[in-house]
Write a protein that binds this ligand. Structure first.
Ligand SMILES: [Zn+2]
Ligand SMILES: [Zn+2]
Length: 340
């Protein structure tokens, strides 16, 4: 099969690659759309923490597809079902898994990182990770379930309640998803501190009340600050924008070994709660699928760029150097036009 493969840092090719091996309990799926994100660039460039990737690896951890063979798994959705698949493969036996923290499973396995991902013609996944999309939900919304799950898990860590003043630092897809999902808790206001004026259109669509481009306009005193820019300076800004007793959630990845200064007294005297959040739990992923399937959430408004798999280089170029309004970038894997 054709697959987009990273063999070594800096070495990425669309090549003929062995198809997945079917094992009992697994469902064979044809990926249709695959989102590309900054983490893919970190894998390509070799900037990701080496503990989280096994090369060679097929890229693609944000995706949706169609079931093509379920004969090995009694619980498989029928052939032709449009599905999304949890990317993290938990062991379900370790202490973390038993506690429901499947994102912290002792054996880290994830499609697109340690297992081959979805930027390929086929992917085989354990049936318990496969979730059907309702007919009304587009495959493009489905491709955003994974990043939305990452963001929802981070928000849940901050235990939001209605009426909060929220600041989102960053204006990329993760930041836009944070604004979208924060709306589920009926905040008093959502402010986004962005970097590119062109992003204000997507920010409005995501439910942002105020879009600003400099931290002095954003001000401070926020109940909850979500750092989604993934840069040391943005972390410093986020820490300084929370009110006393407020919460700061760090969601952006800045790169392996990048550090940011910390005003220790401000954290202590400010009574701040600062949390990180890694990936998503099985339960969070299911919650996002449920929100989509019941019409309480739509995500495909965030898709702005679409490229056929053969034009993967253009997709990566658009990812590296954003111009104009840019939300999620998708690769179209389907050999022929499919209803997205
Ligand atoms: Zn991603
Ligand atoms: Zn486990």
């Amino acid at each position: 099969m054709k697959a987009l493969v990273v063999r070594e840092p800096g070495q990425i090719t669309l090549e003929e690659y062995p198809g997945p091996v079917q094992v009992p309990g697994s469902v064979l799926i044809r990926p249709v759309v695959v989102g590309m994100c900054g983490t893919d660039l970190e894998i390509i460039d070799g900037h990701i923490d080496p503990a989280y990737v096994h090369r060679p690896v097929v890229l693609g951890h944000e995706w949706s597809g169609v079931v093509v063979d379920g004969t090995d798994a009694p619980e498989s959705p029928p052939v032709g079902t449009r599905v999304v698949v949890e990317g993290i493969v938990p062991c379900r036996h370790c202490a973390a898994c038993v506690a429901g923290d499947t994102n912290l499973c002792q054996t880290y396995e994830e499609f697109g990182f340690t297992r081959d991902g979805a930027a390929a013609e086929l992917l085989s996944a354990p049936s318990e990770l496969v979730h059907a999309l309702a007919p009304e939900v587009s495959l493009e919304s489905g491709a955003l379930v994974e990043p939305a799950s990452v963001v929802l898990r981070a928000l849940l860590r901050a235990a939001p309640r209605p009426g909060l003043r929220i600041l989102v630092v960053g204006d990329g897809t993760v930041a836009l998803l944070a604004a979208t999902l924060a709306r589920l808790w009926s905040p008093a206001s959502v402010t986004m501190l962005g970097a590119r004026p062109d992003q204000h259109i997507l920010a409005s669509a995501a439910g942002v009340d105020t879009f600003v481009l400099d931290s002095s306009s954003a001000g401070g005193g926020y109940d909850l600050v979500i750092e989604a820019a993934g840069a040391a300076s943005a972390v410093e800004t986020a820490m300084g924008a929370a009110r006393r007793g407020g919460r700061v959630v760090l969601l952006g990845l800045a790169g392996n070994n990048i550090t940011a200064p910390l005003r220790i007294d401000d954290v202590v005297n400010g009574d701040l709660t600062v949390s990180g959040s890694f990936a998503y739990t099985s339960s969070t992923f299911r919650t996002v699928v449920d929100l989509l399937n019941t019409g309480r959430l739509t995500l495909d408004f965030l898709v702005t760029h679409r490229f056929p798999l053969t034009q993967w280089e253009s997709a990566l170029a658009a990812l590296r150097s954003p111009t104009g309004t840019r939300g999620k970038i998708l690769l179209d894997i389907s050999p022929s036009p499919t209803k997205k």
